[in-house]
Design a protein around this ligand. Sequence first.
Ligand code: 8ID
Ligand code: ZN
Length: 432
Amino acid sequence: MFVSASQAQMPRSRPRSPINPFQAYAPSGPQRARAPNITPQQCIKPEQYKSDPHRSVMRPFFRSSVSLAFTSRIRATNIIAIRNMTLPKTQKAVVFETNGGPLEYKDIAVPEPKENEILINVKYSGVCHTDLHAWKGDWPLATKLPLVGGHEGAGPVVALGKNVKGWKIGDLAGIKWLNGSCLLCELCQHGNEPNCADADLSGYTHDGSFQQYATADAIQAARIPQGTDLAQVAPILCAGITVYKALKTADLLAGQWVAISGAGGGLGSLAIQYAAAMGYRVVAIDGGDEKRDFCNSLGAEKFIDFRTSKDIVKDVIAATNGGAHGAINVSVSEKAIAQSVEYLRPTGVSVLVGLPAGAKVVAPVFEAVVKSVSIRGSYVGNRADSAEAIDFFARGLIKCPIKIVGLSELPKIYELMEEGKILGRYVVDTEK
Ligand code: 8ID
Ligand code: ZN
């Protein structure tokens, strides 16, 4: 699976997937014109690094700095302000050419931001189970190929496309799953931009954060407060935003019970904390003693082990004195989703988040009707959800349980993830 470094260059073409199955019933809105490659307006200058709080981690960047990849274009457009800038031509990335094929840790070209994009020097990126799905290609949506995965990247802005407003060099930015949307269609108008037919997805249809420099739509990129620990905040950019939105979707009241199925994983470990911060009582479901201790340490009041429980539905109903008011399904298990509908109390809401390949929701209709339960899908979050989720983190209410390893170790993380052995989130350091 793992191939050592090579000097190969990767084509930068970005075919857009024609279909977004996540919003198959969405009206197709007008498509936003995306300009072909254009010149970055400004880039970070060496002197700016000296006063930058991230300088210590940015220093190795100079070692490989040769000249700006965009030099000729910039000269052609006569932008004097960037005369002193230095960006490397190449960078380290993990790339795959085919779904399920070798994950190559190698040198590729540093991408150029388009006119609506910022270029982020990704310092750290979380590794989401979605990245594993993307590599395997087990969803009914084709990935771009070759692909650089990753959609939880955090780092300073180092270049701006010429139409970018509201960002400056050195600001801290986050790469989210939703990299761009048309902003014109009915869904975007109502703040449902993840459901836009023209959604552009980091680490899926757009090269993502498993590289040292990544481009992000300036409108959708997340704003990270200065001084934030970039490794800690990385998992918020997908896992945090997603579970926060899912909890909002469950429509609970403070003091009510929420069951979190898959609670010991990346999304689940944050869901426990957001739920507690929002005033809900958590019954966590996952497997093994290590996950039990872990979930309890994060704020779960009860834990049910899906590996040893003889009847999960009965156990949840007993633990919550009559059934959970809401369920957040972040496991990668079809069976767990079916159980969630059964252990809800009347009028409860089961929120679908985890995306096991080929899974279907199976619910007894009679029970669903007489209990008047709801089953709702929840898909990442919009810009407001993102800002709110980051704000919970910035106020110290959420601690990301992370383990940091080098980007080159990504294949090993996928193996552990496949085996369900990860507690919390792995975060990769893009310089290793
Ligand atoms: O917007 C979205 N809807 C969204 C956003 C981000 C991620 C959806 N996801 C999807 C991913 O694509 C993936 O399918 O959510 C799912 C979970 O992502 P993750 O949290 O990054 O995965 P993980 O860290 O591997 O955690 C999964 C946990 O589920 C447990 C495992 O033990 C692990 O802790 N689990 C499994 I697998 N089967 C279980 C079961 N039957 C179970 N827990 C309880 N019952
Ligand atoms: Zn994700």
